[in-house]
Design a protein around this ligand. Structure first.
Ligand code: FEO
Length: 621
């Protein structure tokens, strides 16, 4: 039975997952599985982008047949000939004999090598920069040699700005029902696997990856479709930024990988002491026993961090086998721009330090520290100074930002005056959303521009607001920028009642409003501008959600100045009625005027009207 995913109106994922594979390419463990992605476009002509590994052929062919729904397959674009994407190509040609294969000459040569088949009668040979049209969609092909094989090419689709990237931007791990990276907590759950995938599969070819990233820089990219892992449609910049770091061998963060090979624990003991000493100096460390941890994980860590300490016992007059294997693997991946320290051990003729240095010295811009430690079987009393010197040497190469000295007593006596928050110069907004055909809105003071390229804003919204739930569900909102002509009635209407109980856009609405292109309302009375936004990310901050959103429409409504929080308190919010305050005993909300009757206001009290906390209440009577 088919299992496909819709990517765009006429583009489908028709790939499959393999969770039984033990070792990807026979080398890399994939405990969380792997996906083989293939994409099928239903344009005036039908176009399939790559096939899949033979292990998942049966479900792949059901997927293709289902999406084609009786149509014939016109084109197969072959971007990469490695068998995890091409092993099912010949069966595809048997099932769809009229298909035309689009590929470059090197791919055509590899088809002959792998399958002993001449496809020159049913192929379209293209070169770097060539174009192709399938009807409504136009494509340009870009050569991407050595990302990961020499024949690799990427395909750019112009109408929806989709870049099909072959192996690049892929991730180890099966898709588990999701198809888009923004459907999962990618940074926390998948970034390590993305790094392990990149560094091990194409880490050696940073130069070539930089070349294709330069080409991609000139393209407007709204979606990335790789051959493994998730499709990217949001936060592309952050993942591309990772690729720039990895391809240029720039450490992602300052920290020390401490990797050791130890037969009886004495070399391990020194590794522990070094890691502990670095931590005492505030330096982040990660530790690996190279005889236990898969090399692919340690290579990924070396690409992630800035420093390495390699500790190895001497074995058969050489480096211990697992350490030698790992270091040669690391060197083969062309790691650069790192600082390294070495520790050797040998009961009668320690040589591992010199031999490790020989492997690492040819690497570009790798600084091997002069400070090292040599053990004769184990660390001896009196050798602590050598170890300390090595730790200090590493510490000196780590940039430091010294924090100011804190006066604990002064900090204990420090107070937070809640009135200071009113000095923020932020504006006030009617935040509107729409769900189930119903418009709703509330007042917020947390609209902020985040970036200008792209135009991106943030808003923080109290979870108790009905508008919050509507935005969370729909991913869309409008901001109406309130001006100094806004009246208290507007604040009262949108701020002091909940959309769960009333329809704020019924005939009693005290302002005029219109609908923007996204179908959401924005007010035009007492407002000088509006903005329509599409949520691209959100962060949970306890009582509030911080939404990050792209601006999709914005317009000026008047030349009046925007209202500030201070202006609202000085000129719009009615002054408390002194007589009333004299008669009443309790607490009044300084924001909306809600009155709480009672001697003590609970510390966790939240205003039922405007949702502000106990800090915004003042005692009256
Ligand atoms: Fe996913 Fe280079 O093959």
């Amino acid at each position: 039975m088919y299992c496909t995913k819709k990517i765009l109106d006429d583009l489908y994922w028709v790939g499959a997952n393999d969770r039984r594979l033990a070792m990807f390419e026979g080398v890399y463990s994939v405990p969380r599985g792997v996906s083989y992605n293939s994409y099928l476009l239903l344009d005036e002509k039908t176009v399939l982008f790559d096939t899949v590994d033979k292990a998942v052929g049966p479900i792949f062919f059901q997927n293709v047949e289902h999406v084609l729904n009786g149509r014939k397959l016109d084109y197969l674009v072959v971007q990469h000939m490695e068998p995890d994407h091409s092993a099912t190509m010949m069966e595809l040609l048997l099932r769809y004999p009229d298909v035309t294969v689009i590929c470059n000459q090197m791919t055509m040569n590899m088809i002959k090598q792998f399958f002993n088949r001449d496809l020159s009668g049913q192929s379209l040979i293209i070169k770097d920069g060539d174009t192709f049209t399938s009807g409504k969609h136009n494509f340009t092909f870009y050569s991407a040699p050595m990302v990961h094989w020499p024949e690799v090419m990427m395909t750019y689709e112009h109408e929806d700005c989709v870049l099909f990237t072959a192996d690049a931007f892929g991730t180890f791990g099966a898709l588990n029902g999701a198809i888009f990276a923004d459907e999962v907590d990618f940074d926390n759950e998948y970034m390590d696997e993305a790094r392990r995938y990149y560094t091990n599969i194409v880490g050696k070819y940073g130069e070539q990856v930089q070349q294709i990233l330069k080409k991609a820089h000139s393209l407007e990219i709204k979606m990335i479709c790789p051959l493994h892992g998730f499709v990217w449609r949001r936060k592309l910049e952050s993942f591309i930024d990772k690729y720039v770091k990895w391809a240029t061998y720039t450490p992602e963060e300052t920290g020390v990988v401490v990797a050791y090979a130890s037969v009886y624990g004495n070399t391990e003991n020194v590794a522990e002491i070094i890691s502990s000493g670095l931590r005492d100096r505030g330096v982040k460390t990660v530790m690996f026993d190279v005889s236990v941890t898969p090399a692919s994980e340690m290579i990924a860590a070396c690409f992630q961090y800035s420093h390495m300490v390699f500790c190895s016992t001497t074995y058969n007059a050489g480096i211990f086998v697992s350490m030698e294997e790992f270091l040669r693997d690391l060197a083969a991946h062309n790691l650069q721009n790192r600082t390294v320290a070495l520790v050797e051990n040998g009961s009668w003729a320690p040589t591992s330090g010199r031999l490790m240095k020989e492997i690492l010295s040819p690497l570009k811009n790798v600084n091997i520290l002069n400070e090292s430690v040599t053990l004769k079987s184990s660390l001896k009393p009196g050798q602590e100074a050598e170890v300390e010197a090595l730790i200090d040497a590493i510490d000196r190469t780590i940039p430091k930002f010294e924090a100011p000295v804190i006066d604990e007593k002064a900090m204990a006596d420090a107070v937070v005056d809640p009135d200071v928050f009113k000095k923020f110069s932020y504006g006030l907004f009617v935040l509107t959303a729409k769900a189930d055909g119903k418009d709703n809105g509330c007042i917020i003071n947390t609209g902020v521009q985040l970036t200008s390229n792209p135009n991106r804003v943030t808003i923080a919204v109290n979870k108790a607001n009905f508008t919050h739930d509507m935005i969370k569900a729909t991913g869309m909102f409008n901001l109406s920028f309130l001006s100094e002509s806004a009246v208290f009635g507007t604040f009262k209407h949108f701020g002091f009642q909940t959309g769960r109980e009333v329809n704020k856009f019924d005939e009693h609405i005290p302002v005029s409003y219109r609908h923007s292109a996204n179908g959401l309302a924005y007010i035009t009375t007492g407002a000088n501008a509006f903005m329509s936004c599409k949520v691209v990310d959100s962060y949970d901050y306890g009582t509030h959600t911080l939404f990050v959103a792209d601006v999709v429409e914005a317009g000026i409504l008047s030349d009046e100045p925007s209202v500030t929080y201070a202006y609202y308190f000085a000129h719009i919010k009615p002054k408390p009625q002194e007589k009333l305050e004299e008669e009443r005993h309790g607490w009044v909300c300084k924001i909306c005027g809600y009155f709480y009757e009672g001697e003590e206001l609970p510390a966790d009290f939240v205003c039922p009207l405007c949702k502000h906390g106990a800090d915004d209440f003042e005692r009256v009577g």
